[in-house]
Design a protein around this ligand. Structure first.
Ligand code: UDP
Length: 461
């Protein structure tokens, strides 16, 4: 058996799929992980000389993404168009090469948004699985597009037509059409590319792949799994449950923050991190710095080099570093799973990407939600309104989250015993479900044995 795993070339997609790949590899199967050349280079250079990098278990290979070296891969529209133009042919060539050996590709697991990979699998007679790295609710929303069109909630380009909250079923969260995943990625042109290629592609992939797996749990998203029972909940995919550490980071993790956390009182630190994509303009960035200072609490802040949209790099307010001293720790990339499981962490100020959401939930950490784009608004709804494990940060009339708002929400959250209790209860439930969850092992069995039938549909008790 030889399994090929293909992520969308973004950090939040690579990390969980790497986890799936490693779960399969430890079962003795050969696994080839296919990155774009650019992400491959980032991963390899971030893990440096570490002996236990991803290569220990799986074979890491790369194919071109079709963009020129100088082109901006943060433009998700351009990146998406380019990979769907270039990568199908390159993938086919790669598989043809491998299939000349004795170790032919027997299964392809591709990110849910990469319909071309599923098409290649079908064309070459290889079994396929689609992996959803976002909430199951996002997949349920995508699978409801026909109904959204019929009800005139969106038009053929995915543009929201109604200014009212909708609910896909009575057990699903309310959703604001203006905040549908595809409606708030970037400018209108980018949103349209995302809708046409990624979203409609995800729908086709979900309909045609033999199997769909999702990094979520029945406990967290019963309504969505009920609505779309073909999807198997295999989450949460946390490395710390199985392996020593997570793999697939684009940046080198700074482990010095763990030693710093060891020196802080239990449940005292605000962990601040906004994933791999979020950018702040300079004034918002400064306001956040002032806000953290004002809380008078220890904080650990992950600031990627390009977090601040400033052309001159990251510029902190005058004297900020001196005033903060040892009271705050700033790293460019944190070992987030380890950080969130550290007893010193009191809360998580987050953009609410789905991986961060799952990691925070699994560790029972209350959230301060500051969504940036795409599905992060829906994830915020889960946290604040459904699970009640966090509070949202509100923007003022000029679109800024002020230092005053940051200070008062931190105080409100840390003094709220109910939210903390909810977070701990949810951690227990998700943990219990994880240890009894058969769906991941059923899925691995299916990959392993090459049975014709995909695992049984999920059952909602
Ligand atoms: N992450 C990390 N260190 C950081 C910030 C993020 O290891 O300083 C990891 C985080 O644990 C998560 C992933 O990067 O697994 C980010 O995925 P998410 O879906 O939360 O956000 P995205 O980057 O896709 O916006």
């Amino acid at each position: 058996m030889h399994v090929m795993v293909i992520p969308y070339p973004a950090q939040g997609h690579v990390i969980p799929l790497m986890e799936v790949a490693r779960c399969i590899a430890i079962n003795g199967l050969k696994v080839t992980f296919v990155n774009t050349e650019v992400t491959h280079k980032k991963i390899m250079s971030a893990c440096g000389s570490q002996k236990d990098g991803p290569n220990d278990l799986i074979q890491m290979v790369s194919i071109p993404d079709g963009m020129q070296p100088w082109e901006d891969r943060r433009d998700l529209g351009k990146l998406t168009e380019s990979i769907s133009r270039m990568m199908p042919t390159k993938l086919e060539e790669l598989i043809e090469g491998i299939n000349k050996t004795d170790n032919k590709v027997t299964c392809i697991i591709a990110d849910a948004s990469l319909v071309w990979a599923i098409r290649v699998a079908k064309k070459m007679g290889i079994r396929s699985a689609s992996f959803c790295s976002s909430a199951a609710a996002v997949m349920a929303l995508i699978m409801s597009i026909q109904k959204l069109l019929e009800d005139e909630i969106i038009d053929r380009n995915g543009i929201p037509l109604k200014d009212q909250m909708i609910q896909l079923s009575t057990t699903m969260p309310f959703m604001d059409p203006a905040k549908f995943t595809w409606a708030c990625v970037g400018n209108p042109a980018t949103n349209k590319i995302i809708f046409d290629i990624l979203i409609l592609g995800t729908k086709e992939a979900a309909e045609t792949a033999d199997c769909i797996i999702c990094n979520s749990t029945m406990e967290l998203e019963t309504g969505a799994f009920r609505l779309f029972p073909k999807m198997l909940p295999i989450g949460p995919l946390l490395a710390t449950n199985r392996f020593l550490k997570q793999e697939g980071h684009f940046w080198k993790e700074d482990f010095t923050c763990l030693t710093w956390l060891d020196q802080q009182p239990v449940c005292s630190v605000i962990y601040v991190a906004f994933g791999s994509v979020t950018i702040f303009n300079q004034s918002q960035f400064e306001e956040l710095a002032f806000g953290l200072e004002l809380t008078n609490k220890p904080f650990l802040w992950a600031v990627r080099p390009e977090t601040s949209g400033s052309m001159n790099g990251t510029i902190y307010p005058n004297g900020f570093m001196d005033r903060v001293g040892d009271h705050g720790k700033i790293v460019s990339w944190a070992p987030q799973q380890e950080v969130l499981s550290h007893p010193s962490v009191a809360c998580f100020m987050s953009h609410c990407g789905w991986n961060s959401t799952m990691e925070g939930v699994s560790n029972g950490v209350p959230f301060l939600c500051w969504p940036y784009f795409a599905d992060q608004f829906l994830n915020t709804t889960y946290i604040c309104d459904i699970w009640k494990t966090g509070l949202g940060l509100k923007k003022d009339d000029s679109g800024i989250v002020t230092r005053g708002e940051i200070k008062s929400k931190v105080e409100l959250l840390l003094s709220n015993k109910i939210i903390k209790e909810n977070a701990l209860n949810l951690k227990e439930k998700v943990g219990a479900e994880r240890s009894s969850n058969k769906k991941l092992s059923e899925f691995i069995d299916w990959v392993k044995k090459g049975n014709v039938n995909a695992p049984e549909k999920n059952t909602c008790n």
